[in-house]
Write a protein that binds this ligand. Structure first.
Ligand SMILES: NC(=O)c1ccc[n+]([C@@H]2O[C@H](COP(=O)([O-])OP(=O)(O)OC[C@H]3O[C@@H](n4cnc5c(N)ncnc54)[C@H](OP(=O)(O)O)[C@@H]3O)[C@@H](O)[C@H]2O)c1
Length: 243
């Protein structure tokens, strides 16, 4: 089960956190993986060195020309995991235009452009898997994550719309929606016992999630066994969105 031998995968934002764990798991199941980061060569190479057979590749997804260059470097892939994202925490009326645009451009525009670009090769092959990383903030209201939540809701709408269009080509398009996960992004909260306890108090399962709580669902969606799942979302949040 879940044999990805011969499949080529690009996991965006896989230098650390959830993306790294997804890349590691896909590679463990036979895929040849691209480890992708924004701009730090050493960080990207160092992450790639931890995953046998992987290749580091850099592209700042804020820039359309870098997205084009990314495709030129990787060529077609069978599996595209849209994991990279930018998040600014601000009160609703305190985002600068630049912060607003960075979140929109990385989390929505880049996802659209990457799906469009990589779907062509998948269509030609008659097989493809696209998985986007959403967030509970698509659903929950958060006083400082209004723009980020909006980007994840928009990205999910792209997933839902593209799934029926691409299904006849053997391509599935799905969302995986994490809750609060221990990654470098949440280091400020997780390293402060009081702040961490306040978040955990809202999670019915009683703990922060780990990247390894997310990767098995992505593996399922990327496998032949997941062929009949499309336009769906798997929420992995320990029940956080139920409160
Ligand atoms: N952690 C959570 O609690 C949580 C909850 C819900 C949803 N999510 C979602 O899950 C995904 C992974 O989250 P995470 O916490 O693992 O993230 P993370 O630790 O912040 O890592 C972000 C990754 O995205 C890359 N990245 C950032 N800006 C980029 C840009 N402009 N161009 C290209 N790559 C860029 C980073 O590359 P560099 O290393 O080169 O900067 C890094 O590899 C994200 O989509 C996030 O929104 C996370």
């Amino acid at each position: 089960m879940f044999d990805l031998t011969g499949k080529r995968a690009l996991v965006t934002g896989s230098t650390q956190g959830i993306g790294f764990e997804i890349a590691r798991m896909l590679a463990e199941h036979g895929a040849t993986v691209y480890i992708h980061g924004a701009s730090n060569v050493q960080k990207c190479v160092s992450a790639s060195n931890k995953i046998k057979g992987s290749t580091p590749v850099l592209a700042n997804l804020l820039f359309v020309e870098e997205i084009d260059a990314l495709y030129e470097k990787t060529g077609d892939v069978d599996i595209l995991v849209l994991n990279a994202s930018i998040q600014y925490k601000r009160k609703w009326d305190e985002f600068t235009l630049e912060e607003y645009e960075e979140q929109m451009n990385c989390n929505v525009r880049a996802s659209y452009l990457l799906m469009k670009k990589y779907a062509e090769g998948m269509k030609a092959k008659g097989w493809g898997r696209i998985v986007a990383l959403g967030s509970v903030n698509q659903y929950n209201q958060h006083p400082e994550l209004s723009v980020y939540g909006a980007t994840k809701a928009a990205q999910f709408k792209l997933v839902r719309n593209f799934a029926p269009i691409l299904a006849s080509y053997g391509i599935t398009v799905n969302n995986v929606c994490p809750g609060a996960i221990e990654t470098p992004r949440n280091e400020d909260v997780c390293s402060d016992p009081q702040k961490k306890a306040a978040v955990v108090a809202k999670i019915p399962c009683g703990r922060f999630g780990l990247p390894s709580d997310i990767s098995p669902a992505v593996l399922l969606l990327c496998s032949d066994e997941g062929a009949y799942i499309t336009g769906s979302e798997i929420v992995i949040d320990g029940g956080l969105s139920l409160k």
